[in-house]
Design a protein around this ligand. Structure first.
Ligand code: HEC
Ligand code: HEC
Length: 171
C-alpha cells in the first residue's frame, strides 16, 4: 500500500514536470482550430488568440469589412465560430506567462487592434525595430514568422530568432 502511494506520488510528480516542460517550450498556446488557421491565416500569419485581449478580438471581428484597409469578411456563421474561438483562448483566458505579459501591459481603457501596438510588444521590439529600418526584407513587424522560426507553434524564444539581413539574434 505504502509503496503504491509512493509510486503514484512519483508518477504525479513526473506528470507535473512534463506539463511544465510543455508550458516552457511555448510562449502562447498554438492555434488548434483548422477553420481559424485557414480563414485568418490566408493573408498573413495566423496570430495566436492569446496575443490579444477579448475586447480586441471582438472589435476586430466586428470590423472585418474594413480590416486594415482590406475586406476580410466571412459568412455570419463562420464569424461567430471564429469569434468564439478567439474569445475562449484570448489573453485573459490563456494560462501562459507571455499572454499575461501582453495583457498586463495594456491600459484598461485601451483596445488595441494590433499586436504590434501592444506596449509589451513595442518594448520587446524596440531594438530590432531600429535595426530593420530601411531593410526591404522586413516590411512590417506584423510578420512574426519572418524572424521567429517557431512562431507557428506559439514559441518566441530568443534562441529561435533569425532576422532577415541580420541573422541570429544575440543580445
Ligand atoms: C484579405 C486579407 C486578410 C484576411 C483574410 C485577414 N487579414 Fe488580418 N490583416 C490583413 C492586413 C492587410 C493587415 C495589416 C498588415 C500589416 O500592417 O502589415 C492585417 C492585420 C491583422 C492584425 C494586426 C497585426 C499586427 O500588426 O499586430 C490582426 C490581429 C489580424 N489581421 C487578425 C485577423 C483575423 C483574426 C482574421 C480572420 C478573421 C484576419 N486577420 C484575416 C489582411 C487580412
Ligand atoms: C524583424 C524581426 C521580428 C518580427 C517580425 C517579430 N519579432 Fe518578436 N522579437 C524579435 C526580436 C529581435 C526580439 C527580442 C529578443 C530579445 O532581445 O529579447 C523579439 C522578442 C519577442 C518576444 C519576447 C520573447 C522573449 O523571450 O523575451 C515575443 C513574445 C515576440 N517577439 C513575439 C512576436 C510576435 C507575436 C510577432 C508578430 C506579431 C513578432 N514577435 C514579430 C524579432 C521579431
Amino acid at each position: 500500500m505504502k509503496i503504491k502511494t509512493a509510486a503514484s506520488l512519483i508518477m504525479a510528480g513526473l506528470l507535473m514536470a512534463g506539463s511544465q516542460l510543455v508550458m516552457a517550450s511555448s510562449d502562447v498556446a498554438a492555434v488548434d482550430n483548422p477553420k481559424y488557421a485557414k480563414e485568418c491565416g490566408s493573408c498573413h500569419f495566423a496570430y495566436q488568440p492569446g496575443l490579444l485581449p477579448e475586447r480586441s478580438w471582438r472589435k476586430l471581428m466586428e470590423g472585418l469589412n474594413d480590416h486594415f484597409g482590406e475586406s476580410a469578411e466571412v459568412p455570419d456563421a463562420d464569424r461567430q465560430e471564429l469569434t468564439d474561438y478567439l474569445v475562449k483562448n484570448s489573453a485573459e483566458r490563456a494560462n501562459y506567462k507571455r499572454s499575461a505579459q501582453f495583457l498586463n501591459s495594456i491600459a484598461k481603457s485601451d483596445t488595441p487592434l494590433r499586436i504590434t501596438k501592444v506596449p509589451y510588444f513595442v518594448k520587446e521590439h524596440r531594438e530590432v525595430t531600429n535595426k530593420v529600418r530601411g531593410n526591404d526584407k522586413v516590411k512590417s513587424l506584423s510578420q512574426c514568422e519572418l524572424c521567429h522560426q517557431k512562431a507557428d507553434g506559439g514559441s518566441y524564444a530568443e534562441n529561435e530568432i533569425n532576422v532577415p539581413g541580420i541573422g541570429r539574434w544575440e543580445d
